[in-house]
Design a protein around this ligand. Structure first.
Ligand SMILES: *Cc1c(COP(=O)(O)O)cnc(C)c1O
Length: 368
């Protein structure tokens, strides 16, 4: 049996959505995008939102709109997808890496204080793996040091901290609709804010420095970050299925837990009690290094992924700190693996993955 790491959850509904763009002869950003935007805002409880071509550019737009530029430093967790840091670079600013918590793998705020310099302008909490960052801690830290908050909520559609949606705590929240995210439009991104001034900056930045399309007077420098109504049509049908996606993700998490826990050889990543959990991936944290288990799963046609390669170890971010500053992030990289976690995953596939894991630990348990 072959089990992929991820498959987008697409069907006839998305196809019908795309078809309606052709029937109505409107493919650029227009009525469907407006509808998609309003439904996202209602879901998240945010006041304003704009689209971006992808999550990386949503982060870039968010950073620019709160005024991040050359010479500025932005605190970014060491354990995240590289786009979080690259968006900071793209603004001409410098990402400063910080370790993550051992328990929930989210940004470790207690380590952030000593990283603050006169150039520190912002912090970018990344809500990783469908768990929320402790936004009480982030808000307090940002207030103390007068920093902007740019939330990377690419993996956090439907995820809340203390009942408030991720991405609505900071100055801006940035989402991705790439194919493996909770909802997808193929490529796509979204920036939310409750601040009217920031919203206006976002509008200028994304649409050639003007607010409306028909005008050729450009008060500011801006660019083109628009999407298409074809993407919005897919997004609208994905939102129609959102409860179904959430319940399928909850089901697969429960089934993995029922069959695998308790174990003396690993745990499954758990959120803080103030966060819900919509598994972007179900993450196994093993006591012994995860690589031999990953090889065994691969030999059985089961696709896993490691957790992200820590950013301070990336060749492109050489000399940004040494391993001793990032113990938890290094440990997570060596001991973490992502199990197949897509909505259409069948029970028989989950059971097969669990069987292979149990068989592996029958021979390789820490107790043997
Ligand atoms: C996917 C992702 C991004 C980037 O989004 P793209 O749409 O792929 O550009 C940024 N941060 C995190 C944490 C992500 O998972």
């Amino acid at each position: 049996m072959k089990v992929n790491q991820f498959q987008p959850y697409l069907g006839q509904e998305e196809y019908e959505g795309i078809k309606s763009c052709f029937d109505e002869n409107w493919i650029t950003e227009g009525p469907k995008s407006e509808q998609f935007c309003n439904r996202l805002l209602a879901l998240m409880g945010a006041r304003y939102g704009v689209f971006a071509p992808n999550g990386t550019l949503a982060l870039y737009l968010g950073l620019k709109a709160v005024g991040i530029g050359p010479g500025d430093e932005v605190i970014v967790p060491d354990l995240t997808f590289i786009a979080s840091a690259n968006a900071v670079e793209m603004c001409g600013a410098t990402p400063i890496f910080v370790d993550v918590n051992a328990s929930d793998l989210q940004i470790k705020i207690s380590d952030c204080h000593e990283l603050v310099t006169p150039n520190t302008k912002a912090i970018m909490p990344v809500h990783l793996f469908g768990l929320a960052v402790n936004m009480d801690e982030v808000s307090e830290f940002a207030k103390e040091h007068n920093l902007k908050i740019i939330e990377d909520a690419a993996q956090a559609v439907g995820v809340n901290w203390s009942g408030k949606h991720c991405g609505t705590w900071g100055d801006v929240g940035c989402f991705s609709f790439f194919a493996d995210k909770t909802i997808t439009t193929g490529e796509g991104g979204f920036v939310t804010t409750d601040n009217e001034e920031v919203y206006n900056k976002l509008l200028f930045l994304r649409n050639q420095g003007r607010k409306s399309r028909g005008s050729f007077v450009h008060p500011h420098i801006g660019y083109n970050f628009r999407i298409t109504d074809i993407q919005a049509a897919i997004g609208l049908t994905q939102l129609d299925k959102l409860d179904d996606i959430f319940s399928k993700k909850a089901h697969l998490l429960k089934r993995y837990k029922e069959q695998l826990l308790p174990s003396e050889d690993f745990k499954i990543l758990e959120p803080d009690s103030k966060s819900n959990h919509i598994p972007f991936r179900v993450v196994l944290l093993t006591h012994k290094p995860a690589l031999p288990l990953m090889d065994t799963l691969k030999a059985n046609d089961i696709e896993t992924r490691t957790i992200f390669y820590p950013l301070h170890t990336q060749p492109c971010y050489a000399n940004s700190g040494d391993d001793s500053q990032f113990k938890n992030s290094m440990h997570a990289y060596e001991h973490g693996l992502c199990l197949p976690s897509y909505p259409a995953l069948e029970d028989a596939q989950i059971d097969y993955v669990c069987q292979v894991i149990r068989d592996y630990y029958d021979k390789n348990s820490v107790s043997r």
